[in-house]
Design a protein around this ligand. Structure first.
Ligand code: 5GP
Length: 129
């Protein structure tokens, strides 16, 4: 069965898209740790990030770096943290999370945003590329 992220890629499920290339997609996490929490994924459905071939892995990292730079400009924060977990969605992804302190990366302090707030932050990030 297609992963939830493949359904997002195929536009069967909506997302707040931040950036896209031929092989990668970035969109806001629906249950974010912080404003601007973004997921960067390869369009190819592979569960474990470290099973990507080196070329696609490198492409995803370069893509994630570009997204992180835009995110840092868009969201006031100490720095952008990168995290790879994958316990919930079996489709490789990199979390980019604006953080100010260690607790922001723990996945325990979740934030809620309205649809208009999600749209607003998406547009802010897109304007920073
Ligand atoms: P992980 O697999 O790294 O443990 O976590 C998966 C992440 O994907 C979680 O932070 C969760 O909030 C996010 N997520 C799960 N389903 C969806 C979805 O349908 N849309 C979006 N935008 N994010 C999702």
């Amino acid at each position: 069965m297609a992963s939830i992220f493949t359904k997002i890629i195929n536009k069967e499920i909506p997302c707040y898209k931040v950036a896209e290339t031929e092989n990668c997609l970035a969109f806001l996490d629906i249950n974010p740790n912080a404003e601007g929490h973004t997921l960067c994924i390869p369009k190819k459905e592979i569960d474990n990030l470290f099973d990507l071939d080196t070329e696609l892995y490198s492409e995803l990292m370069v893509f994630s770096k570009k997204v992180a730079k835009a995110l840092k400009k868009a969201v006031p924060c100490e720095r952008i943290a990168m995290s790879v977990i994958g316990l919930e969605v079996p489709h490789a992804h990199v979390h980019l999370i604006p953080i100010n302190e260690m607790k922001d990366i723990t996945f325990r302090n979740k934030k809620t945003f309205s649809e208009s707030e999600f749209i607003n932050i998406t547009e802010k990030i897109k304007a920073c590329f």
